[in-house]
Design a protein around this ligand. Structure first.
Ligand SMILES: Nc1ncnc2c1ncn2[C@@H]1O[C@H](COP(=O)(O)OP(=O)(O)OP(=O)(O)O)[C@@H](O)[C@H]1O
Ligand SMILES: [Mg+2]
Length: 226
């Protein structure tokens, strides 16, 4: 389970991005964090990947107090988490297969295991026939699916998606939303930050509303509303 306990984040310029956040996310849950631009959604997620540290309060990640993770342990912590973004951050000179395999190569996984894992994950995201394509030969939705495959190839405990449908049209948005649901069904916890109404309404999952760094609502089967 992930738990934020009285978490406040004040940036150097004096901006309070998060103001006394208390939030629990259970293993296997699907949670959407919604709210307008600048309300603290990305900051909330960055505390999990340790791109940011809280000014006060604690973040617990599956029994580990993130405050206790040292620089040396950081790569191991980050491998427990898959992350996708609005801009897909793919390697443009590498194929679909290579983009997904790269993460495993860096981690020193054997090549026959890499082959097995990559083809398995490309099947799940529905890109098994595009493995030799380059990112510029793919639609936006397909590029995001490559990013999802890359994020999942480590079998992370949690997938963090920060505005993953921000660059997509409605059809691709629905496809990505459905894929996130499928991944969640297969057992991965999903935490999504978005201001996209279409995505949130289609999911029909837990919605945590955030405004000005505070949680303003938390609904089991929420819809998008501000
Ligand atoms: N590194 C930083 N230094 C200073 N201020 C920051 C930094 N990162 C974020 N902020 C500020 O913290 C607040 C929350 O930012 P955050 O990126 O979490 O918002 P968000 O809800 O993700 O917005 P968006 O929907 O536009 O992505 C904003 O006022 C932002 O300007
Ligand atoms: Mg953001």
């Amino acid at each position: 389970m992930i738990e934020y306990r009285n978490v406040t984040k004040v940036f150097n310029g004096g901006v309070t991005a998060l103001n006394n956040i208390n939030l629990k996310i259970k293993k296997g849950e699907f949670v959407s964090i919604v709210g307008q631009s600048g309300t603290g959604k990305s900051t909330l997620l960055k505390l999990l990947t340790l791109e940011e540290r809280p000014t006060s309060g604690r973040v617990i990640f599956y029994k580990t107090d993130l405050d206790e993770i040292s620089k040396k342990e950081l790569p191991f912590h980050r491998r427990r988490i898959g992350v996708i973004f609005q801009d897909f951050k793919l390697l443009l000179t590498r194929t679909v297969y290579e983009n997904v395999a790269f993460a495993l190569e860096v981690a020193g996984v054997k090549s026959d295991e890499i082959k097995k894992s990559v083809s398995q994950i490309l099947n799940i995201v529905g890109l098994e026939r595009k493995l030799n394509s380059y990112p510029h030969e793919l639609s936006g939705g397909e590029q995001q699916r490559v990013a999802i495959a890359r994020a999942l190839v480590h079998h992370p405990e949690i997938l963090i998606a920060d505005e993953p449908t921000g660059n997509l049209d409605i059809i691709n948005t629905w496809e990505i939303a459905d894929l996130l649901l499928k991944i969640n069904k297969l057992g991965t916890t999903v935490v999504l930050a978005t201001h996209d109404k279409e995505t949130v309404d289609r999911l029909g999952k837990r919605v945590v509303g955030i405004d000005d760094g505070r949680i303003i609502r938390d609904q089991e089967k929420g819809k998008y509303m501000i």
